[in-house]
Write a protein that binds this ligand. Sequence first.
Ligand code: PLP
Length: 455
Amino acid sequence: MVDKDLRERYRREDIAHMLHGATVPKEFANSANRIFAEGHGVKLIDIDGKEYIDAMSSGFCACLGYGNQELAEVAKQQMTKLHCAMSFLNRASLPEIDLARKLTEVTPDGIERFMFANSGSDANETIIKIVRWYWREQGQNRYKIISVQNSYHGATYGAVSASTFPGLTRHKNFEPFLEGFVQIASPYCYRCPFGKSYPGCDIDCAEDLEKVIQKEGEGTVGAFLSEPVGSSPGNLIPVPEYWPKIMKICKKHNILLIIDEYITGFGRMGKFFASEYWGIKPDIIMFAKGLASGYLPIACVGITKEVYEGMTKTNAPFPHVYTYGGHPVSCAVALKSVEILQRENLIEKAARTGVYIKERLSHIQEQSPYVGDVRGFGLFFCIELVADRPTRKPFDPAKKVSAAVRDRVLEKGVMVGVLGPNNANIMLAPPLIIERNELDRVLDGLEWGIRNFKP
Ligand code: PLP
């Protein structure tokens, strides 16, 4: 534990000198800041010495938990051997090539070439540029990218132009966004944007892609971008017909399919990539969070042979580089992280654990009138709270009910997440290494928090 005077100093200096994103200034100034000092296994320890099970893996990242010595050792070895190298102008480093080779084994069929970035946002910038470059190299002006309402793809201008996540409050202050970004309805069955219910609907949310392509003009649309499961809006698991229909429409209009597996990849949902649940065959894929388990920043874009051939048709060099893209230490750590994931069978374990989590959350749902819907599999679940279960009446978002439950659960030493458009979603995404007794502490804490929740 950090001593009392030092703790107070850190609190004061955090408030005085830091500009934190997504933080309400007045709440922050009133010292609601939580500062962490250590992490071990699935636990985080704050500067007051309080321990929490981190059931959000530091924003979906810490899949292998905290304090992994093997990963630290690999980083140390690579740092002393070659800590920095360029990944452009014909240059590369060994760990980068090793990682790319490994990724060809685990990514969806057809993905065979990779470019590394430092974050999900700049990986999505890379993708936006790939799409525009690819089509213009074929002499076509297909610059538009269609994405899904209520989705989040990053903070940089291109990525944010493809995002319409309502949690981005006062988002409009950043306008103007980039031109050429259009959205379709999201596959949110619990609150169908068309007021229909499955299976009586015509999967209108997928059909919306066809409509928007027609409206925009086929010759202007370059790609469709989506997560396999809408994570930020609350784990929107699409119905079985959704993805086959979307893929058919992309094929029919010859548009590229981009899958953002930033959160859902690397075993989080009980398969290497969530795309596998629906046999999604992306032309371009993006992933990151579990890639190096948060030990170092790294994100990756994977493309097919066809996309590469299209991009290089005129033999012009793709003018897009990141100084730190393909950083040798990040790549070495990511490679070891994938090895551990496979060696410890953590993805199969996540799939099995997901069945147990679903059972326990369904039980909580039966007991509480405020649990409207439970969505997820593997180690990624969302609980949507409602004011009235039979009518699905939402809570007033201003009440921030999910934050109220999260804060109760915190009293039990468990950190769950809140995310989503209505301030009513509780998210669970613990590290993949979590053991049953630790998970029971998370679920017991959550059950207690929900039982004691008074709107
Ligand atoms: N794509 C998705 C689906 C995300 O959830 C996020 C961030 O959470 C991003 C992209 C952007 O990633 P980053 O925050 O690393 O820039």
